[in-house]
Write a protein that binds this ligand. Structure first.
Ligand SMILES: NC(=O)c1ccc[n+]([C@@H]2O[C@H](COP(=O)([O-])OP(=O)(O)OC[C@H]3O[C@@H](n4cnc5c(N)ncnc54)[C@H](O)[C@@H]3O)[C@@H](O)[C@H]2O)c1
Ligand SMILES: [Zn+2]
Length: 376
């Protein structure tokens, strides 16, 4: 067994936490907890599906080593990342007598990480949390960076808190039970990491695509570790949004517009995949992005079985409406992170205060109404 990879993430308050990535690491969890998150009691929180698949073994392992663990679950699915489930979990922990000397273990995909993380952020003004991601989305994206929260009827992730974990343990063997389509969703964010900061990594994802989709552990470990390094590097430079963290939004301005226009029928990773290709085309048209970048991204995305062009039935007017109200828009003009080329983003002004630039809605409308096949 290879030594696990250990990546440090710096937080705003000058502290840092490790993300450890390695095959079979979950068996070493008791020791890792003793070292990084010692507590009198642990609350293992995850969605029912993940808890059924992996909760028992993890709880058993921890109990065997003398740690006291109670399990709490909630129904799987984004539609349960709610204030109702947050409230139910908080009451369950109170009823079970959890005090300030406890620690939350967030087990599952991004929904579990965000919801359990928000429970930890708010319970008795904050308990330590350890993230135990089980989906690729959670391993390469949501478990790193400290954002927690829930959805409300008015929109996704509108209630939440920054709450950095004490430790993140990513064991790619836990993804053995993950459906192939969910792997593609996680690979969308991995492609994004390559697109913004490492073109060699983008090429690796494309050439390893078949193995990554099949869930082969070795390429999966490499991919997760590289993505965590990239995201951790960006987050460490800027734990609280605003500055360089903005580059993680590449593909997301249009991605969010597509999601909204589909009434969230499109999965996030698929929407971001199409968003990245559109934003690369936009950058090429504006002369900011090197020619051929959109093609290159599309080829990597297709290799990991993601769509690269929006479905024709999506209403362009609705996409544009969403862009106008996007929280990053200024005076009705949406802002975009545009690549210089694959693996590189340059701040527009040469300075480092903003990494995105405004683009007129007319130009975006024109982009959306020109099918790509017609554009080449
Ligand atoms: N906090 C952040 O910075 C951040 C970043 C990106 C995404 N997110 C959030 O993450 C969520 C999406 O994450 P997700 O795609 O992991 O969704 P998810 O947590 O709903 O997981 C997707 C599905 O896969 C199942 N699953 C997870 N791990 C499994 C495994 N090992 N085997 C079998 N099934 C498994 C889950 O039960 C669920 O049904 C969204 O709510 C999004 O807002 C947060
Ligand atoms: Zn995303």
């Amino acid at each position: 067994v290879k030594a696990p990879r250990r990546i440090l993430v710096r937080t705003q308050d000058g502290e840092s936490y490790p993300v450890v990535v390695g095959r079979g690491l979950i068996h070493a969890l008791p020791g890792l907890l003793e070292e990084h998150a010692p507590a009198h009691r642990y609350a293992l929180v995850g969605d029912r599906r993940v808890m059924e698949l992996h909760g028992g073994a993890i709880r058993g392992r921890l109990s065997e080593m003398g740690l006291q663990v109670d399990a709490f679950d909630f129904p799987a699915g984004e539609e349960h990342k709610t204030l109702e489930q947050w409230s139910r979990l908080i009451h369950a922990l109170l009823d079970a007598g959890f005090g300030r000397d406890a620690c939350v273990l967030a087990l599952g995909g991004g929904v579990s990480g965000d919801l359990a993380g928000f429970v930890a952020a708010t319970y008795m003004r904050g308990l330590p949390v350890v993230q135990l991601p089980t989906s690729l989305v959670a391993m390469v994206d949501s478990s790193v960076g400290g954002k927690t929260g829930v959805d409300v009827p008015q929109g996704k992730n509108l209630v939440g808190a920054f709450h950095a974990p004490r430790l993140v343990v990513a064991d790619p063997e836990l993804t053995g039970t993950l459906p192939r389509a969910e792997r593609s969703q996680g690979l969308a964010e991995a492609v994004k990491h390559g697109a913004i900061l490492d073109s060699g990594y983008l090429a690796d994802i494309e050439s390893d695509a078949a193995h990554l989709l099949a869930g082969d552990p070795e390429p999966t470990v490499r991919m997760v570790a590289r993505s965590v390094e990239i995201k951790a590097g960006v987050v460490s430079r800027d734990e609280r949004e605003g500055g360089v963290r903005e580059i993680l939004n590449f593909g997301h301005t249009l991605g969010h517009g597509l999601e909204a226009a589909s009434d969230y029928g499109l999965p996030h990773g698929s929407a971001v995949a199409m968003g990245m290709v559109l934003e690369a085309r936009l950058g090429e048209e504006l002369g900011v992005t090197r020619e051929g970048t959109a093609r290159r991204l599309a080829s990597a995305l297709q290799a990991v079985e993601l769509p690269v062009e929006p479905p024709a039935q999506l209403d362009i007017g609705r996409i544009l409406d969403h862009l106008k109200v996007d929280k990053k828009a200024r005076e009705g003009r949406p802002r975009f992170v545009l690549l210089a080329e694959t693996g590189r983003v340059d701040p527009p002004g040469g300075g480092t205060t903003s990494w995105s630039r405004p683009v007129s809605l007319d130009r975006v409308r024109n982009l959306l109404s020109t099918p790509w096949s017609a554009a080449i």
